[in-house]
Ligand binder design. Structure first.
Ligand code: MEV
Length: 304
């Protein structure tokens, strides 16, 4: 039997890293997708290579969860390691293809896969890659939430957010960064330094402030909050020279810009009404630019 599913990539608009501690975050699905095909097989393979815990952890844990062996093939428009949700989209598409289920079940199982593969994570990425559109996620209960999911220390509550098509350009530094080690680094800094604890709380506060301008399309206010968020991300230790180089290049054509996702490399996002200028500035500094839609459709089963 053969099954197929796809899921979108994502960008975090506000609150990455802070969300791991239960602070609010806002994430949106992007118009780049990853597609999985899985067919029953005697031995599990991933794009032709035998599935192993260390080499292909997402496939390994998803297959364990589904209790099956499968020949898995993946095709993706989402660059890996770029902070654009390729591993969350993979977890979600694998779970949906192999186990199916309600949106909340798929999201919870995909979070389990991500957590097993990454050690420490919030369900922000897997939730938005499942639901699509845009989400608000926090450790506090919200009215009208879609579902909640428990981790070791936090129970996260996920709500739908209506964000209009804001013109966002993504700039990939070209430096892939693994999320797990960066999340662990922030945990260590959080334990040691009060300035990091304060920065995390402030990121939570400004993310709350961002909901109204984001849903109302107030680009000036959103841009200012992005700049504040970036300064705080830099304080907690996840920005880098390559990120700052791209941010410097796009700032004069943007309402605001920041890193997105785990940082340490990966990608930046710029909110701009001059996308051509931003693309040109990114490319001049060695970045790879992507102009894509936001609030894109969520995970779905695909016809074979
Ligand atoms: C990565 O896209 C988002 C982080 O907050 C990690 C997580 O939430 O698990 C950095």
């Amino acid at each position: 039997m053969k099954r197929s599913a796809s899921a979108p990539g994502k960008i975090i608009l506000f609150g990455e890293h802070a969300v791991v501690f239960g602070e609010p975050s806002i994430a949106t699905a992007i118009g780049m997708r990853l597609k999985v095909e899985a067919s029953d097989a005697a031995e599990s393979t991933f794009n032709g290579v035998r599935v192993e815990r260390n080499a292909t952890p997402h496939a390994y844990h998803a297959l364990n969860l589904a209790g099956m062996n499968a020949r898995i093939t993946v095709s993706s428009e989402i660059p890996a390691g770029a902070g654009l949700g390729s591993s969350a989209a993979l977890s979600v598409a694998l779970v949906l293809a192999m186990t199916g289920g309600e949106e909340s079940e798929v999201a919870a199982r995909a979070y389990g896969v991500e957590l097993a593969a990454q050690m420490r994570a919030s369900p922000a990425d897997t939730s938005v890659c499942t639901h699509g559109h845009s989400i608000f996620i926090s450790g506090r209960q919200e009215e009208g939430e879609l579902w909640s999911v428990a981790g070791k220390e936090v129970r996260w509550h996920i709500s739908h957010l209506d964000i209009p098509q804001l013109p966002v350009v993504i700039g990939y530094t070209g430096i892939p960064a693994a999320t797990g080690p960066l999340v662990m680094k922030v945990k260590r800094h959080h334990e040691r330094y009060s300035i990091v604890r304060e920065a995390i709380a402030e990121i939570g506060q400004l993310t709350l402030e961002a909901v109204r301008p984001l849903t109302g399309g107030d680009m000036v206010a959103v841009g200012e909050l992005m700049e504040r968020n970036q300064r705080l991300l830099s304080i907690i230790g996840v920005s880098s020279h390559d990120i700052e180089k791209l941010l410097d290049a796009v700032r004069k054509y943007s309402y605001g810009a920041k890193l997105t996702g785990a940082g340490g490399g990966g990608s930046i996002i710029a909110l701009t009404d001059r996308p051509d200028k931003v693309v040109q500035a990114l490319e001049l500094r060695g970045g790879k630019a992507f102009v894509t839609s936001i609030s894109a459709p969520g995970a779905r089963r695909e016809e074979l």
